[in-house]
Design a protein. Structure first.
Length: 495
């Protein structure tokens, strides 16, 4: 039996229910709990704004191994559908001549249920595609046909757009109906959605020629193409790819820096819907691109990591507590950043407060970590749960990070590449454990080592693989290992 949590912006509306209802701040502070039972979260917070508390609620639920409705994928899918006016749902409704007048007024769908039973099938279809507590469907009727069989019957056809609604956007009457549906829904078993399928052996390798710090340089991309051919792929290197073009491919390899609110995520999501093998998959993008998820997941899964906390305020009390708990300097991170962007070091209380104020204007949460000095960072490449390469990245001269962004200037420190068997065992073990938190894709795990202690800093879903750097030890074999993984996954599907 699952423990079900209702997370909402307003708990007062649920006072007369026996449900476990809490605010986002309560969920952030009180969970996960030691030896807790299997937990489901129904997120009723407003998720319409990217990086809002509602967005983080679903993200953290997934980090804590809590089943959640809606998932972050669903939140992003709904936002994409609304912004781009895509994914309209085709519907067909049978009615009698006397009952053929259908309005095009929006339909409120609560956990897949709708008041007008003529749209019951459409509501269920929408909820299965976008599992979200409250959906608003706006139907557009395209034609009405009289059925040849069945006197007096007609078939009404149309399309419906879909958008998410927050609980606090409902009227008082609608909220009463919603709570009735919510109580009923908490008593049923949640079902996983079905995976889609697709066909042939072609690969698209997505790159961005305009990117200043791409995950792979031009020479490495050529190595990937040759390795792909060796294991049975025809690989196209593309800089532009539309979701509708994905049907030509069996595999998508993203070698452009990924982000959640970005075309790389949307392409990965479209590829998954087509049944295409993709790296990076959306789960990896979601989990790696957001440091809040990683930190919470590391704590939950007992991955060794620096002491850290999330903050949503830059008050004097918060700053003083951070300094008392972690000391100075402190490392501050925006939830989404890459190549050391959005990462700052605060040496004083004044600098901490100022930087927090700036960062909280961009994001509802900021990750604050203790500062750990090392002369280099380990980067362990992990593919399908196994280490495949190891590098040491040294700090930029007169700087505290391996990358340094000074305005438009970019620089990086030196490196040393070695076989994985030469890496200290605790480093490899931490890398594998951290990668497992994210998934089974291709990752670069960044680790600091101070004496006998190791600390996982982050997991990168689109790790740097440049010619002459990460491939320094394995050479072309590194590229073949990665391409073979694509082939293995297709073979496992019986393609």
């Amino acid at each position: 039996m699952h423990n079900t949590l209702i997370v909402t912006d307003d708990v007062t509306s649920f006072c007369n229910t026996a449900l476990t209802v809490l605010t986002f701040q309560d969920y952030l502070a009180e969970f996960p709990k030691l030896n807790e039972p299997k937990t489901r979260v129904i997120n009723l917070c407003d998720t319409s704004r990217y990086l809002s508390e509602g967005y983080y609620c679903s993200l953290l639920a997934q980090a804590r191994s809590h089943s959640v409705l809606p998932s972050v994928n669903t939140i992003n899918d709904l936002r994409m559908a609304e912004e781009k006016s895509i994914d309209r749902i085709v519907f067909s409704v049978s009615a009698t001549q006397d009952n053929a007048e259908l309005s095009e007024e929006p339909l409120l769908v609560l956990f897949g249920e709708v008041k007008d039973q003529r749209f019951k099938r459409l509501a269920r279809q929408a909820f299965e595609k976008y599992p979200c507590p409250v959906l608003l469907l706006t139907p557009t009727i395209t034609q009405t046909k009289t059925l040849a069989k069945g006197a007096g019957k007609v078939q009404i056809e149309g399309v419906a757009s879909v958008q998410a609604k927050a609980f606090n956007e409902l009227s008082d009457k609608q909220q009463v109906r919603f709570i009735e549906q919510l109580v009923a829904y908490t008593k049923i078993q949640w079902r996983a959605s079905k995976a889609s399928k697709k066909a042939r052996w072609d690969m698209a390798i997505l790159v961005n020629p305009e990117e200043s710090t791409p995950p792979s340089d031009e020479k490495a991309i050529k190595h990937f193409v040759k390795a792909a051919e060796k294991v049975g792929f025809r690989a196209d290197v593309v800089s532009r790819l539309k979701p509708e073009d994905l049907g030509h491919y069996d595999a998508l390899f993203i070698r452009e820096t990924t982000a959640i609110d970005h075309h790389t995520y949307r392409l990965a999501r479209a590829a998954e819907r087509e049944g295409i093998v993709v790296m990076d998959d959306t789960q990896s993008i979601l989990r790696c691109c957001n440091k809040v998820f990683l930190q919470d997941a590391f704590a939950y899964q007992k991955v060794p990591a620096p002491k850290a906390t999330f903050v949503s305020s830059a008050s004097d009390e918060v700053c003083e507590k951070l300094i008392n708990d972690f000391g100075l300097p402190l490392v501050l991170k925006l939830p989404e950043s890459s190549f050391s962007r959005g990462v700052h070091k605060a040496e004083t209380k004044e600098a901490l407060k100022l930087r927090l104020e700036q960062m909280l204007s961009e994001s509802a949460l900021v990750l604050v970590q203790e500062y750990i000095f090392t002369e280099f960072d380990w980067r362990i490449g992990v593919l399908g749960g196994k280490p495949i390469y190891a590098c040491q990245y040294f700090m930029v001269r007169n700087h505290w990070q391996i990358y340094n962004h000074q305005g438009d200037r970019f620089s990086s420190g030196g490196f040393a590449t070695m076989p994985t068997f030469e890496v200290p065992k605790p480093v490899l073990q931490a890398a594998v454990k951290a990668a497992k938190v994210v998934g089974d894709g291709l990752y670069g795990v960044d680790i600091k080592q101070a004496g006998n202690a190791v600390y996982v800093i982050e997991v990168n879903d689109n790790p740097s693989i440049d010619s002459g750097v990460e491939d320094k030890y394995l050479g072309k074999e590194l590229y073949e290992l990665i391409m073979q993984e694509f082939a293995n996954r297709l073979e496992q599907r019986g393609r």
